[in-house]
Design a protein. Structure first.
Length: 344
């Protein structure tokens, strides 16, 4: 057994050639839920589904109960399907040891899926989770469902629109991603709405602008663009709109800060002849390639020194917001004024 990719997981489910053990994790929640539903439809169906399907929540499950059900023979079915969501294996070495022993002689009639939806698992940062994932990979299949690239998402949107008797070209699909973000479910919801209201059924940039709900990130990017172009009226109009929409000042500041960091990375990388593709790969911008493109465009007329000074201002504001009782909206307004002065 081994670490498998999404295509291999899809083929296993389609063909019914299941591993006995799965470890499913990753950043893309939509894909995780999608394949869990595929497992359920394939393994937990028919008159005896209630006998053959057991689902455990991390808050009430014990490893003893899980493994006891995993050894139960299926009734009028090829498999007993055990689904375990967000079990904190990193908290108990005894539980991991129990799983290791069970995996040595796991019943062929069992499909045991550990699914991590709300617990973030970063194998590069956590040696403990890396060790646990290796246990599953050796006994069965480990699947990391990562964010799709921007190109993959754009193709997915083209296909999604076609099924709804609409068309959207790749450029407009990428534009929608830049406004809405790279969450698949959110993108589908927005495109579903646009398809329903589109007059010609050929999705245009104008229809996207009119109908798509911009993410907080996209709206704050608008704020940043006005600051960088020294357009104080535009910047404060966007900021006041964000205040009117009750957006959290700390969240607004966080997005602005992230974008200035993006621009700083791009500016420094370009001075070292590093390509935008290499930047995206190194800093894990998978599915968010538009951020690098936007940062590359917007940092042209600001120096590295001014970017550093701006980042210092943003960091100081962040510290003040989290450590003082000063009105956070007022702090944001002052920060925008300082950034406008730096960029002038």
């Amino acid at each position: 057994m081994a670490r498998i990719n999404e295509a291999e997981l899809k083929e296993q489910i389609k063909s019914g050639s299941f591993s006995n053990v799965y470890f499913i994790f990753g950043e893309e929640n939509y894909l995780k839920e999608f394949y869990i539903k595929k497992f359920k439809s394939k393994l937990a169906n028919g008159a005896f589904a209630d006998f053959n399907f057991h689902q455990y929540d991390s808050k009430i499950a014990t490893i003893e109960d899980i493994l006891q059900d995993a050894q139960t023979l299926p009734m009028m079915s090829d498999y007993t399907f055990i689904l375990v969501c967000d079990y904190p294996l990193d908290k108990s070495s005894e539980d991991v040891t129990a799983l290791k022993e069970f995996f040595k002689d796991i019943p062929e009639t069992c499909v045991l899926v550990f699914w991590y939806d709300n617990i973030e698992i970063d194998l590069k940062k956590s040696a403990k989770w890396k060790s646990i994932e290796t246990v599953f990979a050796k006994a069965g299949s480990s699947v990391n469902l990562e964010k799709r690239t921007e190109g993959e998402l754009a193709k997915l949107l083209v296909s999604f629109a076609k099924k709804r008797e609409c068309t959207i070209d790749l450029n407009n699909a990428r534009y929608l991603i830049s406004l809405v973000g790279n969450d698949i479910q959110t993108l589908f919801n927005e495109l579903e709405k646009i398809c329903a209201f589109s007059k010609s059924k050929e999705i245009t940039k104008e229809e996207i602008d009119e109908l798509a709900v911009k993410s907080l990130q996209a709206r704050v990017y608008d704020l940043s663009k006005f600051i960088l172009s020294s357009n104080s009226d535009g910047a404060y109009n966007v900021l006041n709109a964000l205040f009117a929409q009750k957006e959290d000042p700390i969240s607004i500041l966080s997005v602005v800060s992230s974008y200035y960091v993006d621009m700083y990375r791009v500016k420094c990388a370009k001075s070292a002849n590093v390509s935008e593709f290499e930047i995206a790969q190194y800093y894990s911008y998978k599915g968010r390639d538009f951020i690098i493109r936007n940062a590359s465009r917007d940092c042209r007329n600001i120096s590295v020194e001014n970017l550093r000074e701006s980042i210092d201002v943003l960091q100081n504001t962040d510290e003040l917001m989290k450590s003082s009782s000063v009105d956070k909206n007022l702090l944001l307004e002052e920060t925008v004024a300082k950034l406008l002065i730096i960029g002038a």
